[in-house]
Ligand binder design. Structure first.
Ligand SMILES: [Zn+2]
Length: 504
């Protein structure tokens, strides 16, 4: 590729991201264009990404892996197969004879693999093995990968590979055991409350105690002994009223709640809707309430003798116990995790940070079945693994950045050699360019009419493993100057250059 023809200009300055951010260098070196409107990969960036994808897809179960072109594989993985996609799979897989299958696609900037197997566990196992291979590959490219978890999916949390980065997404992590998850999906440890005899449910007057803090102070109990009620409405064609309950010392995570209910979103319920089902805003609890979907955090059934609203202005109940005094339609983890909360694995305080999620693997929920060897109908296993090109290239650039530009690992470099023609060496460089290309070397050829300073600075920015310079001075010294990205320059006779670079 001739630089004089390449689409994409290197930039002297980029104000958008600080130099610690890989995107700063991807933009300066003309791999990436970013603006308010979004981002776009330039030809160098696409080449880089293709090299990463080739590396990840090398050696997978080629007998099984087949490419498909399904646009939905270019978006983030859904927790449940959308109806059209489920119908597509159902139309083409009916029997155990058609399993397992590995389908891959690279629409947009994601590389996705869909695993179909005879059981959800088998699908998940293959997906996990592939995830681990990808993770090793990225680690070999110099990335400090860390395995954590993501959103709940098909009965388990998604497995996510992160790399810490100031420009990444908000996470919570545990410095003690290595647990890490996106802040929105992180779990928190929930210490088991001490068992105690159940007290009778008793109404108490609690004037002006319509917040948890006021209530706890008025009654002289810790917030952890109270139940907090939150009214929400599902965002769907026929919205449902949801009554979510967490302990008073915790917050409801709307993201977790929505995922648990299988809806895309939730919004605050109107006061009149709350009153319609017999609850009183500020003094609400699920006790005696009908007509709402009651969802309680999984800690509530284990927390005895809570203080909860009496659904009557100015009153609460003490001694409220799950099971005896109220029931839930759904019990699950709906508590938000926050900085300082105990780690769900080891109990140490969680800390906030930022990281890019690079790889995600998870099972996908669906209703698909197939006929087993025994002729019985069984649920099909569907799992997916997905690599995010934007995040991977950003983090790769962070690992590859130097003071003066990028320095790509040879396995992923968009071109192997940066050939520079200086004055007096144009003809020899042209010949060398043709020879290198003929020998199968990927060459970026700077044939522009520009000063040596500009050309060397661009070569450093773009970051290819080898720089070959041909000019009057190098010819006088015996041929072409060859310089590895990190290392001393050497002069080789022109006729030895191709052999030298193809031998590597
Ligand atoms: Zn921990």
């Amino acid at each position: 590729m001739r630089l004089s023809e390449l689409f994409g200009q290197t930039q002297r300055q980029v104000g958008r991201f600080p130099p610690e951010d890989g995107r700063h260098w991807l933009m300066r070196a003309a791999y990436l264009h970013e603006s308010e409107a979004g981002h776009a990969w330039l030809p160098l960036g696409v080449r880089l990404r293709d090299r990463v994808w080739a590396l990840l897809s090398a050696g997978w179960e080629s007998a099984l892996a087949q490419e498909v072109d399904w646009p939905w594989l270019g978006g983030s993985l859904p927790w449940r197969l959308p109806p059209a996609e489920a119908a597509l799979l159902g139309a083409h897989v009916a029997s155990y004879r058609q399993l397992p299958r590995l389908l891959w696609g690279q629409p947009g900037e994601r590389l996705s693999v869909l695993v179909l197997a005879e059981t959800p566990a088998a699908a998940r196992e293959r997906a996990t093995a592939l995830h681990a291979r990808w993770e090793e590959t990225l680690a070999r490219l110099g990335m400090a990968v860390r395995r954590g978890e993501g959103a709940p999916a098909a009965g388990a949390s998604a497995a996510v590979t992160f790399v810490a980065s100031a420009g990444g997404q908000e996470t919570l992590h545990c410095p003690a055991c290595g647990y890490i998850a996106p802040a929105a999906w992180a779990r928190r440890g929930k210490p088991e409350p001490a068992a105690e005899p159940l007290q009778p449910m008793t109404p108490v007057e609690t004037p002006h105690a319509n917040t948890i803090a006021a209530l706890a102070e008025f009654l002289g109990v810790p917030e952890s002994r109270t139940a907090k009620a939150v009214f929400l409405r599902t965002r769907e064609a026929a919205p449902r009223l949801v009554f979510a309950v967490v302990r008073g010392d915790m917050q409801v995570s709307e993201a977790k709640l929505a995922r648990l209910l299988g809806v895309t979103g939730l919004e605050a319920a109107a006061e009149e809707d709350i009153r319609k089902i017999g609850a009183e805003p500020g003094y609400a609890s699920p006790v005696g309430v009908e007509g709402a979907l009651v969802v309680v955090d999984d800690l509530i059934p284990r927390s005895p003798n809570l203080v909860a609203g009496a659904n009557r202005s100015g009153y609460h109940f003490t001694g409220v116990n799950y099971g005896r005094d109220f029931q839930a339609d759904v019990v699950g983890d709906i508590a938000a995790a926050e900085e300082g909360n105990p780690c769900p694995r080891c109990g140490a305080p969680l800390q906030p940070g930022r990281a890019w999620p690079l790889i995600v693997s998870q099972g996908l929920a669906h209703d698909l079945t197939y006929l087993t060897r025994e002729g019985k109908s069984a649920p099909m296993g569907v799992a997916a693994v997905q690599a995010d090109g934007y995040a991977i290239l950003t983090v790769l650039a962070e690992a590859a950045r130097r003071e003066d530009g990028l320095a790509w690992p040879p396995q992923v470099t968009p071109y192997d050699v940066h050939l520079i023609a200086l004055r007096g060496g144009e003809e020899a460089a042209d010949t060398l360019y043709r020879q290198l290309k003929a020998a199968g070397v990927a060459v970026l050829y700077d044939d522009r009419k520009a000063s040596p300073g500009v050309k060397f600075a661009d070569a450093d920015l773009i970051g290819l493993p080898w720089r070959v310079t041909v000019g009057k001075r190098s010819l006088k010294r015996g041929g072409a100057e060859i310089k590895p990205r990190h290392g001393e320059a050497d002069v080789l006779p022109l006729e030895a250059v191709v052999a030298y670079l193809t031998r590597l």
